[in-house]
Design a binder for this molecule. Structure first.
Ligand code: NAD
Length: 501
């Protein structure tokens, strides 16, 4: 058994060790789940809900220690490390309420001639084993947000957390065992080998991560002919119209760009501001950024921005900023106004001006505390720039004219639009969340979240039993004419077509 260390970002302090699982170990884990799958699928939905409710109580009882583990492995400020469990608690309550009603078998209304005399029912059969592969930026939130509906729908679940942040997911899986729940939730730790082995052994794969890895996962899933969902990268934009509440827009832009040190799929990574308010907006965001406190947290609220997850991630950010500066961009307010902490993974947040789409900071995913702001003249120009991207996760519009913003939203080729708000759609489990183009395939949350982990089964029952149906053998002119005439009578919507041919 090979173990590897998990280090706190920035400090390098070893905060845990996990197994680097081999393909064999992963497939054994999945086989164990498969053995438990039948019983879990036939457990009444209300009983599954009760297990999830007990799990919720365990999460709440261990909230602080879980948040500490999460902070250790991610380096997030305490305010952010503390947010993931309430989010999951809400998901358990929300889907727990929906599951018994949504997942029950139901009778479906008949229609058409051939359905006369039949009973129609629709059943939901869970996939035996759902694999969930997740990134490091929200280790718990992104794992359980998919695991909760999958478990409620009756699937067993294996989570493959990021090799950078497996500790919190391991801890909550121990919680599932501690409450005495059936062995239907497992964790496989490791990197791409373990991830690939999960894709190779499960019945449905839900992947969250980069577009490049998502593409590899999709290819492998296609070879196995298993269904998959992909939640991938983004390059989200924020539009500020001239009539916007500028102070709120500026605060939203800075939080949207810098929360989690800019390491969110939905981070605001480019801002398009109307020329009439551009200078005032830049002054506001620069002041806001100047007030941000950067550092390693101490389970308190002393910092707003923590370290980037790895030195490699910091290098990406540095490269994007350097590329922009070399092509004529400037750091608003002057670089020297930004504090420069000593830790290697801390990147001082910057506002970039004089940017354009020739620069990687406007096209590629930066994933760091960088806010590039571009001047625009019209709504049409802003819409075209937002859509000029290979990503299409979400977008944000600030304006006093909400009716116009809703019309603009229809023209934005993205999965979600927030108007006068930022990230608000992420907190709404009732709405689907998903990206377009290279940002993903399929959605999480929304009314289809429980059905996603099930296969529908249609059951049709003959309720009257003549020796043969009119459409069966033998084919005769009389029976053919009768069937046709009856179909026409039912199908046509006017008397002439009903009676004459
Ligand atoms: P990543 O693609 O490097 O890794 C994601 C996961 O895939 C990890 O668990 C990794 O071990 C695993 N993996 C790597 N190679 C694999 C393979 N060949 N087969 C199967 N699994 C494999 O992504 P990351 O760096 O951990 O996360 C950052 C990315 O995630 C960003 O692009 C970000 O935008 C995206 N993200 C998207 C969402 C969303 O909901 N759309 C949310 C958060 C993050």
């Amino acid at each position: 058994m090979t173990l590897f260390d998990i280090s706190a970002p920035g400090t390098g302090r070893v905060v845990g060790r996990v197994v680097d699982m081999t393909r064999t170990e992963v497939s054994e884990t999945v086989e164990n789940l498969r053995a438990a799958a039948g019983e879990w699928a036939s457990t009444p939905v209300r009983q599954r809900v009760q297990w999830l409710y007990r799990f919720r109580d365990w999460l709440l009882d261990h909230e602080d220690e879980l948040a500490e583990v999460l902070q250790d492995e991610t380096g997030k400020p305490w305010a952010e490390a503390n947010l993931e469990i309430p989010y999951i608690v809400e998901a358990i309550n929300y889907y727990g309420r929906l599951a018994p009603q949504q997942l029950r078998s139901r009778t479906v209304r008949r229609h058409g001639l051939l359905a006369l005399g039949k009973g129609h029912t629709l059943h939901w059969h869970p996939y035996p084993v759902v694999g969930i592969i997740t990134p490091w930026n929200f280790p718990l939130g992104l794992s359980l947000l998919d695991a909760v509906p999958a478990l409620l729908s009756g699937a067993t679940v294996v989570i493959k957390p990021s090799e950078h942040t497996p500790l919190t997911v391991n801890a909550v899986a121990r919680g599932w065992t501690a409450i005495g729940a059936p062995p239907v939730l497992a964790v496989c730790t490791g990197g791409s080998t373990a991830g690939g082995a999960v894709v190779d052994s499960v019945d449905f794969i839900q992947f969250t991560g980069s577009s490049a890895t998502g593409r590899a996962v999709a290819k492998r899933a296609a070879e196995r002919l298993i269904p998959y969902g992909l939640e991938l990268g983004g390059k989200d934009a924020l539009i500020v119209r001239a009539d916007a509440d500028l102070q709120r827009a500026a605060n939203a832009a800075v939080w949207g760009a810098m929360a989690n040190a800019g390491q969110m799929c939905t981070s605001i990574e480019r801002v398009y501001v109307h020329e009439d308010v551009y200078d005032r907006f830049i002054a506001l965001v620069t002041a806001e950024v100047g007030d941000l406190r950067i550092g390693h947290d101490d389970k308190g609220y002393r910092f707003d921005i923590g370290p980037l997850i790895t030195a490699a991630q910091l290098e990406v950010v540095r490269t994007h900023v350097d590329d922009a500066l070399s092509k004529g961009a400037r750091i608003a307010g002057g670089e020297q106004s930004v504090p420069r902490p000593s830790s290697p993974n801390l990147y001082p947040p910057v506002v970039l001006v004089d940017v354009d789409h020739s620069m990687s900071c406007m096209r590629e995913e930066t994933f760091g505390p960088v806010l590039p702001v571009m001047r625009i003249s019209t709504d049409a120009e802003a819409i075209a720039l937002v859509n000029n991207s290979r990503y299409g996760l979400s977008a944000t519009i600030f304006t006093a004219d909400v009716t116009l913003a809703r019309r603009m939203a229809h023209r934005l080729d993205v999965g979600a639009v927030n108007i006068n708000d930022v990230f608000a759609n992420l907190y709404t489990l009732a709405l689907p969340q998903g990206g377009r183009r290279e940002s993903g395939i399929g959605t999480r949350n929304g009314s289809g979240a429980l059905f996603k982990y099930c296969r529908p089964q249609a059951v049709v029952t003959a309720r009257i039993h003549p020796r043969r149906e009119p459409t069966w053998f033998p084919y005769t002119p009389l029976r053919g004419a009768l069937v046709h005439r009856a179909a026409r009578l039912l199908g046509a919507r006017d008397l002439v077509r009903r009676l004459y041919r």
